[in-house]
Structures are given as structure tokens and as C-alpha cells.
Design a protein around this ligand. Sequence first.
Ligand SMILES: Nc1nc2c(ncn2[C@@H]2O[C@H](COP(=O)(O)OP(=O)(O)OP(=O)(O)O)[C@@H](O)[C@H]2O)c(=O)[nH]1
Ligand SMILES: [Mg+2]
Length: 455
Amino acid sequence: MNDTIAAQATPSGRGGVGIIRVSGPGSSAIAQAVLGKLPKPRYADYLAFRDNHGAVIDIGLALYFPAPHSFTGEDVLELHGHGGPVVMDLLLATVIQHGARLARPGEFSERAFYNDKLDLTQAEAIADLIEAGSEQAARAALRSLQGEFSRAVNQLVTLITELRVYVEASIDFAEENIDFLKQGQVHERLSALQAQLREVKQQAHQGSVLNEGIRVVLAGQPNAGKSSVLNALAGHEAAIVTPVAGTTRDLLREEIQLEGMPLHIIDTAGLRDSSDVVEQEGIRRTWRAIERADCVVLVVDNNLGWQDADTKILQQVPVQLPVIVVHNKIDQDQWGQTPMIYQSQHDQKSQTPLVHIKLSALTGAGIPLLTQQLKQQAGYSTTGSGNFTARRRHLSALEQTEQALRRAGVQTDQQQAELVAEELRLAQQALGEITGAVSSDDLLGKIFASFCIGK
Ligand SMILES: Nc1nc2c(ncn2[C@@H]2O[C@H](COP(=O)(O)OP(=O)(O)OP(=O)(O)O)[C@@H](O)[C@H]2O)c(=O)[nH]1
Ligand SMILES: [Mg+2]
């Protein structure tokens, strides 16, 4: 990282102000060349910006942040000009002629990370804050940016480290080994750890739901009204609806916001045995979408009632996936047209009851029951003020930690001190991936590349 990078920090297009940011050892020389002087550190200086022939490109504010007191930890120069695309391009071209190169997406944050200005969750929180789709999501991102998530994770790391030291000491004193594990100390500390981990997971889960939302797949037999349910949820005619069975053949995605939570809804081809190759491919894609879903809404035609084909579909849905059964078209029900929600025992997966909702996609009656249920399914609550922004990658690391701790508990029962120590090491490693303490370059590269240029 000996080179100097530059990018427009403000969005492209027209605006009152546009900012070119430069970071790296060449910043001060570039300031001299463009401004004719080095501005006083951290003071706004009103100056002419000149190209390399000395012609004035723009007049604006220049700010200079010498290392290490800058966003990236390097020398940083900010040129605040007028936010027109021509001015910004000329200014950026000039800076590049003076030795900077165009920054890759996320490269400013990446440098801040390598210079210990931010840890990984904080760098990700910047991206999340910028991309936040709701006030709640923005608040959660800010909490992570301020280091709350990292602090919670680091606390867990400290506890695990202490326990590791304790267990590993017991290995070194082999004769007393058994006593160590028997004393119950290890168990006690493990369960305290697990309880604390659960809390962090809960908060992170909320954050990830706010951030990424959940994927809901609408599935069911042809003509049940899946596309109609999608349209009712989306509030506009996103999908084609016809009385022809087999209307939808491809996956159709819509994103809606439920009180700040993004909901990715996927409409699919109706499931049936078909000899039509196009339809077969559509059905194959339906199952692929179901495999990746967070929740399946199984739509059935209330007029036809529950059919064997529906049982077959339900049996094929992966066991752990929550299913909501929507009984659609109640506007045609002669026994009653009031929307309602109820539960039934799940014949296959008896642990969680099935939720049923009677509604009409045509009139919209009962649709709020469905959105309510989806929010509940996502574990989403608007009252959670203690959330921090989180991503799926964080959740899976927390999940791995949890599993390692569980295995450590089993090994403790079996008096296998070495194996307990190993599981604790794995738990610690999984947590380290969250903050970036033990992440591979590959992972880091991927994370930063997902940011936009100028960040
Ligand atoms: N009366 C009534 N008709 C409905 C309702 N929902 C859907 N329909 C009708 O049912 C037919 C099928 O609706 P679609 O939404 O296309 O059904 P689908 O499940 O997407 O069907 P495929 O794409 O073919 O699998 C259409 O004629 C709709 O107008 C409803 O709530 N009430
Ligand atoms: Mg359809």
C-alpha cells in the first residue's frame, strides 16, 4: 500500500458540492501541485484547483489530514469542488496525472482496516449505513460503526481465551487433569458463555434481518394464486395473472419493505407433473429457489381444499424451513369470507405447528395477516433498540462458535481436555472472523470489493 489512491467520494451526477478524496504518501505532493500549497492540517482552505498546465479547473475547499489522523490512517487530501461531472472528472484526471491511481471499490475502507482505524464489522457498518433502507437499519449500522458489535464479540473472545487457558493448564498438569474438568468449573463457564453468545446472536439476527431481509418463496399448484399473492404484497401488477394453469414459468422477484425490513418475494412456476420442457425447467427452478429460501408460503386454492398434491409439495420442502399455508380465494367461499389465521399440527415435522392463513389475493382481505406473520417469522421486532447491523457471514460465524462450544461441552463430559481445548480454539477462531482478527485475504478481498468506489 505504498501507492496513492483517488476517487470521487460523492455520488456521480450533479450536486452543489462534489468531493475528490486522495489517500496515500503522495497526497501532500498532489496538494502542492494542484493547490500551490499544503493546507494547514484539518483546516478548510479556500483555494483554486489547477490542472497540470496551471489552468484553474474550479475553486473550492481543500482539507488535508496528515497520517495517522485520517480516515484511512494515511495522508489524506480532500478537494471539495462544485459537483458537476465535468469538473469532477477533470479534477480526478489531474490528481491521477500527479501520480495517484484510481481507487478500487472499498479501497479507502480497506486501508483504514489495515491501518487499524476500523475493524471488519465497522468497515462493513459503513457500507451498511450508506445502504440502509430504513431509519432502524441506519441506527443499527451506526451502533456497529461505533464498535458495539465488535465489543460484544471481543468480550466473548476474552471469556473463551480465559477458559482455554484454564483447560490447557489442566493438560499440562496431566495427573490433575480429571479433577479440573470434574470440578464443574468448565461446565459452568461454558454455559455462561453460551448464554452470552445467544444474546449476541439474537441482536445480530435482528440486525441482519434489517439489513438483508428474508427471502420468501411463493409455491404451490398451478392456478392457486401465487402470482396474485405476489401482486397483493407488492401493491402493483408485478406478475402476469391469468386463469391458465402454468402462467408463471420463470422466477419473478420483487422486493418490498415491511416497516423497514426488506422482504424479497419470489414468485414461482406452479408445481405439477408436466411434459412441457419449459414448464419442467420452471419447476426445477422453483425447487432451487425453495432450497435457498428463509420461508415458504404454500398457496392453495381454498375452493379446491387441501389436496394430495399439496401434501406432496409440503413433504418435499426441507424440514427446517418454516412454511405458511395460504388458503387463497376466500372471496368465493360460500361458508365465510372472513380472513383468519390458525395453526395445525405438522404431520411430518411435528416440532413446529403449521400456520394457516385464509385470505383473498383478489380483494386483499387477510393480506395484513400474512405480512404480520412474515415479520414474526423473520423474528423481526421494531422495538429492538439494542441491535447492531449484521450480515449473514456474521450469523454463520456465530453459529459455528455455538456449535464448537456445544461440542466442547460434550468433550468436557467425556473428560477429554485436549479436545475441549481444541473446540475452544475453533470457537475463538470463528469469532475472530467476524472482526477480521483471523480472516483470510480472500475473504477480506471479497468483503471490500462489495463496497462502492470512493468508500
Ligand atoms: N376469486 C379469486 N380469484 C383469484 C384469487 N387469486 C387468484 N385468483 C384467480 O386465480 C387464477 C390464477 O391466479 P394466478 O395468480 O395466476 O395463479 P398462480 O398460482 O400464479 O398460477 P400459475 O402461475 O399458473 O402457477 C386467476 O384467474 C386469478 O384471477 C382470489 O383471491 N380470488
Ligand atoms: Mg403465477
